[in-house]
Design a protein around this ligand. Structure first.
Ligand code: SAM
Length: 229
């Protein structure tokens, strides 16, 4: 179902990652995201050999993919790409794409921090959704948090002028960390004060799977929208 692209031709040893490898790599000491190390991991696509990477809307971490599938079905002339780290979720999502016979969806199994700069060049996206990114609440794990100043810079370069990044999280410190990071990226303007309302936040007006879970658990949700100048 997922096939390795031709440009990923790794020696077998690179496919096995153990904590020892990470330590040898210096990750434990540096506390910075090991981009070079992550870049060695294979990336998979569905369909297996994408004709091109020109896409209008990106969702990072679509999980079950309800929003991605809804958008693709309702805007058939636009092209959508979902980048999902979790192989199991990615395979299930690929089956859902196939069952719905959606031909305007590209799925990429990989780490968005590697995949976005590697496969997407220029200001191509109208919108980027990042809904309930893993919060990594412990300080010693903070380098895993996705929306660093550097990665926001990468994303803003891939947005068309006027395009936006749409983010939701149930963890206020994460929302506030992103607000602070946005202030350090000159191409992006936070449209909220600092958060935006959830009215009309998603085009399908339906909570994602994780929003449902956190709402049922009584958690408050924080919504952010940042626009490319
Ligand atoms: C908490 S879930 C949210 C799923 C979905 N957006 C929702 O709201 O129901 C976070 C998702 O992001 C994916 N993810 C985390 N880090 C990622 C990364 N660096 N690149 C791509 N996907 C990532 C996880 O595998 C997971 O499926």
């Amino acid at each position: 179902m997922f096939a390795a692209p031709v440009d990923v031709d790794l020696p077998a040893v690179c496919r096995i990652f153990r904590p020892k490898d990470l330590q040898n790599y210096g990750m434990a000491k540096e506390r910075t995201f090991p981009l070079e190390f992550e870049s060695q991991k294979p990336v998979y696509f569905h369909p297996a050999e994408p004709a091109d990477f020109a896409c209008d809307v990106l969702e990072i971490g679509p999980g079950r993919g309800d929003l991605l599938l809804w958008c693709a079905a309702n805007w058939p002339t636009k092209r959508f790409v979902g980048i999902e780290l979790n192989g199991f979720r990615c395979k299930k999502l690929a089956r859902r794409v196939d069952r719905r016979e959606l031909t305007n969806v590209l799925l990429i199994k990989g780490n968005a921090r590697v995949v976005v700069p590697r496969y997407f060049v220029g200001a191509t996206f109208e919108r980027i959704y990042i809904l309930f990114p893993d919060p990594w609440p412990k300080e010693r794990h903070a380098f895993h948090r996705l929306l660093s100043i550097e990665f926001l810079g990468v994303l803003s370069d891939r947005l068309k002028p006027g395009g936006d990044i749409v983010l939701a999280t149930d963890w206020q410190p994460y929302a506030d960390w992103v607000v602070a990071n946005l202030a350090a990226v000159p191409q992006l303007v936070n449209e909220g004060t600092p958060y935006v309302s959830n009215m009309g936040f998603l085009p399908n007006n339906e909570p994602t799977r994780f929003e449902q879970l956190w709402r049922e658990a009584g958690r408050e949700i924080f919504y952010l929208r940042a626009r490319r100048r």
